[in-house]
Design a binder for this molecule. Structure first.
Ligand code: 13P
Length: 250
């Protein structure tokens, strides 16, 4: 049985008061569920989020991390720093980091390696752009992103990896991959992991879908056999919507 996960990527949204209020609303209405729920607020609010969620089964994740242990990297945050405030999971490879901060596969491979070395869990994001899909290159692009950042990992590291397929054209656009498109790609991803690592790792790994998941479309997307959850952007900023998405899955 794979772990079902619904994770909220808050991106650069919510100040301290907004973080408190959104988390309070979330906690007050959280359903009983078998789904593993996560939220990823901005760095500065991580300690507050961890404190507020003490004793609640909602995990706090970070949205990024540097690959070095420490040093002269102005503005950056290390794995140790995240661990020291109680954060054990980090989102890496998000398309916004790739596009706006020039994060490439080589850099991401270092970041993933460091997170794994430090015992952290990684939600690794990847996905094709619209032009790739038009050109029929979406499988090729996804395969390359996975291969370059993950396929050198030892088999033991894979229990720390969660995959998040996020087609760039579906992020924040209101346009989603159809449930069939998501299923087709997720099955492809699982097959790649089986080939690069092992059948058992591929069977056990959670593959999330991200890109305009809303209360109205979540149940259909989540009903697909290879879709093990969602990475939610905009809708995770509205407690009622995020809760409805969790309920759609559990
Ligand atoms: P939206 O749900 O706002 O499309 O964002 C998806 C995403 O980028 C999650 O990481």
């Amino acid at each position: 049985m794979r772990t079902k996960i619904v994770a909220g990527n808050w991106k650069m949204n919510q100040d301290l008061e907004g973080t408190r209020s959104l988390l309070r609303d979330l906690v007050a209405n959280l359903p009983r569920t078998s789904v593993s729920v996560m939220v990823a607020p901005p760095f500065v609010n991580l300690p507050e989020a961890v404190a507020l969620l003490q004793g609640v089964s909602v995990e706090v994740a970070a949205q990024n991390m540097h690959f070095a242990d420490s040093g002269a990297y102005t503005g950056e945050i290390s794995a140790e720093m995240l661990l020291s405030v109680g954060v054990k999971t980090v989102i890496l490879g998000h398309s916004e980091r790739r596009a706006y901060f020039r994060e490439d596969d080589e850099l991401l491979s270092k970041k993933v390696g460091k997170a794994v070395e430090k015992g952290m869990n990684v939600i690794f994001c990847f996905g094709e752009e619209l032009a790739d899909r038009y050109d029929g290159k979406h499988f090729e692009v996804v395969e390359r992103q996975l291969k370059n950042a993950l396929f050198d990992l030892p088999e033991t590291a894979w229990k720390q990896i969660i995959l998040a397929y996020e087609p760039v054209w579906a992020i924040g656009t209101g346009e989603t991959a159809s449930p069939e498109q998501a299923q087709e790609m997720h099955a492809f991803i699982r097959k790649q992991v089986a080939g690069a690592c092992s059948e058992s790792v591929a069977e056990g790994i959670s593959i999330l879908y991200g890109g305009s998941v809303k209360p109205g479309n979540a149940a259909e997307i989540f009903s697909k056999p290879d879709v093990d959850g969602g990475l939610i952007g905009g809708a995770s900023l509205v407690a009622d919507d995020f809760i409805a998405i969790i309920k759609a899955f559990g």
